[in-house]
Design a binder for this molecule. Structure first.
Ligand code: 2BA
Length: 115
């Protein structure tokens, strides 16, 4: 782990297929990360949220690693079930959407401590 203070949190929402390779890539550069299982609000399918704490100077490196490991893919969107979600309009046909490479949120953090 870097000796510089961790002052930045990157949260990257990635496809499950890319998550493990991304973790390997981050570990290869001694970047600490945590994978959290998540669900997309639109497709309602599983994706992975990777939490990454870094010193701000490593932001460019982390973006590069994310770019390297996260691909854009076409995914089939299934119509919502009105039985499961009363009040929602059903979408009559399956249709395709492009997903990824990654949705990345970055914010400064006040404090990082390990107790
Ligand atoms: P989902 O919400 O399941 O969205 C999957 C893909 O569906 C999106 O890919 C986008 O291409 C498409 N999509 C989303 N909302 C749409 C809409 N209203 N109409 C038409 N197509 C729509 P990405 O943009 O690559 O997003 C991948 C995942 O990242 C999302 O999965 C969601 O979990 C997360 N995400 C995207 N934008 C976000 C945001 N502003 N805040 C929080 N999470 C976000």
């Amino acid at each position: 782990m870097s000796v510089q203070a961790i002052d930045t949190l990157v949260m990257a929402i990635v496809q499950d297929e890319d998550a493990d390779e991304l973790l390997v890539g981050l570990r290869g550069e001694q970047v600490g990360a945590t994978k959290i299982g998540s669900t997309g609000g639109f497709l309602r399918t599983g994706n992975s949220t990777i939490m990454i704490g870094i010193p701000a100077v490593r932001l460019g490196l982390v973006h590069g690693i994310i770019r390297q490991h996260c691909r854009r893919r076409t995914q089939l969107a299934l119509p919502y079930s009105t039985a499961l979600e009363p009040g929602l309009l059903a979408i009559p046909e399956n249709f395709e959407v492009e997903v990824g490479g990654a949705i990345v949120f970055t914010r400064r953090i006040e404090r990082f401590i390990q107790l």
